[in-house]
Design a protein around this ligand. Structure first.
Ligand code: CU
Length: 176
C-alpha cells in the first residue's frame, strides 16, 4: 500500500471515530431532556385489608422501578388528564387509583389499558431510555391511564397496587 493511501486511511478512521463520539453525546442529551417530565415511583408497603400505606412496616417493599409521564398539557382540576405509566412487574399490578394523601380521599377510577407492545402503541410518547428498559426486561411494561379526574387543587398521587403488599406512589401537584 502506498504511504499516501495509509495516511488517508488513518485520517479517515480518526474522523469516523470522532463522528461516533459526537453522535453518542447528542443521544445522551436527548435522553436527559426527555426525562425531565417523567415522574419517578417510590414503593411502600400497604395493608391489603384497608388499602392504606403502612407507615411503620415490618419489612421493606420491593424496589420496583416506575416512571409516569402526563400526555398533552399539564394536568389541572378542570380537564380529564391522561398519562403513560411504565413499571417493573407490570403483570402483577392489581389496581391503579388516584388519591389525595393529605385529605384521605380519591376520585373516580381512571381508565386503565395495558399494552403488550409499547414500542407500537406509544412510540412517540416514551423516552429512548424506557424503550431500552422494556426491550431488556420482559416483566417491564407500559400502561395508558386516561379519564383521570383530578378535580381539586393540591397534592395527588397515582397509586399502583401490586398483588403482593407493595404499592408504587407518584406524587404531583394540581395547581388550579
Ligand atoms: Cu381533596
Amino acid at each position: 500500500m502506498a504511504k499516501i493511501t495509509k495516511i488517508l486511511l488513518i485520517v479517515g478512521l480518526l474522523v469516523g471515530a470522532f463522528a461516533v463520539v459526537l453522535l453518542n453525546r447528542k443521544k445522551d442529551t436527548e435522553v436527559k431532556s426527555e426525562k425531565s417530565n417523567e415522574l419517578s415511583m417510590t414503593t411502600k408497603i400497604y395493608d391489603k385489608a384497608t388499602g392504606k400505606v403502612d407507615e411503620a412496616p415490618s419489612h421493606s417493599p420491593e424496589s420496583y422501578f416506575g416512571s409516569l409521564s402526563f400526555i398533552g398539557s399539564e394536568p389541572n382540576s378542570k380537564d380529564m388528564a391522561q398519562a403513560i405509566l411504565c413499571v417493573d412487574q407490570v403483570a402483577d399490578i392489581e389496581k391503579i387509583d388516584l388519591y389525595m394523601p393529605d385529605m384521605g380521599h380519591g376520585t373516580q377510577p381512571p381508565v386503565v389499558n395495558k399494552h403488550e407492545d409499547i414500542s407500537v402503541a406509544f412510540k412517540d410518547k416514551i423516552s429512548a431510555a424506557l424503550k431500552e428498559k422494556a426491550a431488556a426486561n420482559p416483566y417491564f411494561g407500559c400502561i395508558h391511564i386516561s379519564a383521570m379526574q383530578l378535580y381539586m387543587p393540591g397534592l395527588w398521587q397515582v397509586r399502583v397496587f401490586y398483588k403482593n403488599d407493595t404499592v408504587g406512589l407518584f406524587d404531583f401537584n394540581i395547581k388550579d
